[in-house]
Design a protein around this ligand. Structure first.
Ligand SMILES: CC(C)(COP(=O)(O)OP(=O)(O)OC[C@H]1O[C@@H](n2cnc3c(N)ncnc32)[C@H](O)[C@@H]1OP(=O)(O)O)[C@@H](O)C(=O)NCCC(=O)NCCS
Length: 182
């Protein structure tokens, strides 16, 4: 997969306008940072990137097997040789996908990488012809900034709730559901 520079440009528009395999670049003023589809070689870096946020409960734990199995769902932000951000798009049905595992390395936060990752995943979702993208998050304000609105938890299919079985906070969940209609 080829690294794509983060470029100024138009957001993806319309449904189903991109080939389903195409990964899109995003809006960000950051020079030297590329957003690209993840590769299996990224798995150790993905684990290291997510570990602190798994520890705080901001991200669900993901096994090495799970990351390898679903690597095609992930995009990463790369600065030089460093993997500094990631996110994934989990498709549940013809209409619905979930944005999950969005994380930016602490020393890179606040510089637009989270936005670039989320916009890339949203553009991918539009390219697939999805109708809406959901997220379950402890950082709803980040998603609301990028156009998501509050959602009812019941909106999520059972498949999403199956993830809760792996979550250490399952009995005291403080995640908020947000949705973006595409
Ligand atoms: C949430 C996270 C991904 C944001 O990444 P980031 O690179 O720092 O975000 P950006 O710099 O792209 O910010 C984009 C916009 O969102 C806002 N924003 C970012 N994090 C925010 C937060 N926690 N609360 C409110 N707004 C937030 C920024 O102010 C910015 O707004 P602006 O464009 O008006 O200035 C990052 O803080 C992170 O990795 N957190 C730990 C993991 C996590 O909680 N992930 C989300 C769960 S799915």
């Amino acid at each position: 997969m080829t690294a794509l520079p983060i470029l100024h440009g138009e957001k993806g528009e319309g449904k189903g306008t991109l080939p389903s395999t195409e990964r899109t670049s995003s809006l960000s003023p950051l020079p030297g940072v590329a957003i690209r589809g993840a590769m299996l070689a990224d798995v150790p870096s993905l684990e290291a990137l997510m570990a602190p946020y798994v520890a705080t409960g901001d991200l669900l734990p993901r096994s090495n097997y799970d990351l390898c199995r679903h690597i095609k769902e992930y995009v990463v932000a790369e600065a030089g040789v460093d993997l500094v951000g990631c996110g994934s798009l989990k498709i549940y049905s013809r209409d619905l996908a979930e944005v999950a595992g969005v994380a930016v390395r602490g020393d890179w936060q606040g510089s637009g990488i989270g936005r670039a990752l989320l916009e890339t995943l949203i553009a991918d979702a539009r390219g697939f012809g999805l109708a809406e993208v959901l997220a379950l998050t402890r950082k709803p304000a980040f998603f609301l900034k990028l156009g998501f609105g509050p959602a009812e938890r019941e909106h999520f299919p059972l498949k999403v709730w199956a993830d809760c079985a792996r979550c250490p906070r399952q009995s005291c969940c403080d995640e908020v559901a947000v949705v973006l209609r595409l």
